[in-house]
Design a protein around this ligand. Structure first.
Ligand SMILES: C[S@@+](CC[C@H](N)C(=O)[O-])C[C@H]1O[C@@H](n2cnc3c(N)ncnc32)[C@H](O)[C@@H]1O
Length: 205
């Protein structure tokens, strides 16, 4: 069985044929453009699937369980996790990215994968004005640097759900944020023996 399908199965995600087709198309667009656009780092296709696609897919069930509709992915880069979430979830997803060549790539992916639930905001996060029920990010700035912007663009009772590596890194990034409640979900990325979590952060009333 191929790595994507086996990985999805390990994550207990039952991919529809459309989701599978779109994920495969997304992977082939990255492989096509990465050598020129330098979008994301990987050595070979297996690593692209494991470290980026499956890593993003590992959070899907956490998002499925969250209330709220709109999701913003800050600093989405080549579309992680935002494009993967858009393929998997029937919810409006906004990709925030300030670098033009990555935005150009994302526009192409939206067209090629025929994603109707995705919009790109090609701005610096500090310039974003709308609000979202859920804000996520992966491999973005440390939480203490972005929390004021996140707070500004989260709906009342919204959730900040950053993908993170080691718990210890998360703790060092939130140690001075006493006005946020934080819970942690462990993620198990198939074929990757590394610690991964999603933090769920809600501002205290
Ligand atoms: C390290 S990459 C991570 C990309 C992707 N989230 C991933 O996990 O592969 C960080 C991305 O955030 C973008 N970025 C950094 N600071 C930003 C800001 N303040 N506003 C918008 N985009 C930003 C960069 O251009 C880059 O594409």
């Amino acid at each position: 069985m191929d790595l994507l399908l086996e990985g999805a199965e390990k994550l207990k995600l039952d991919l529809t044929s459309l989701q599978r087709e779109r994920l495969e198309k997304y992977i082939s667009e990255i492989e096509l453009f990465n050598p020129i656009y330098k979008l994301v780092s990987y050595q070979d296709k297996d690593e692209l699937i494991i470290r980026h696609i499956l890593d993003s897919l590992a959070g899907v069930k956490v998002f499925e369980a969250l209330e709220g509709s709109s999701i913003a992915d800050l600093g989405t880069g080549a579309g992680f996790p935002g494009v993967v979430l858009a393929i998997m979830l029937d919810r409006p997803i906004v990709l925030v990215e300030r670098m033009k060549r990555r935005v150009d790539f994302l526009k192409n992916v939206i067209l090629r994968c025929n994603l109707k639930n995705v919009r790109i905001v090609s701005k610096d996060v500090s310039e974003v004005e709308e609000r979202f029920d859920i804000v996520t990010c992966r491999a973005f700035h440390p939480i203490f640097d972005i929390i004021d912007d996140v707070d500004r663009i989260l709906s009342p009772n919204g959730v900040f759900a950053p993908y993170k590596g080691k718990k210890s890194y998360l703790y060092s990034e939130i140690e001075n944020l006493s006005n946020w409640d934080v819970s942690i979900t462990n993620l198990h990325v198939p074929f990757l023996d590394e610690e991964r979590i999603i933090a769920l952060m809600r501002k205290k009333n």
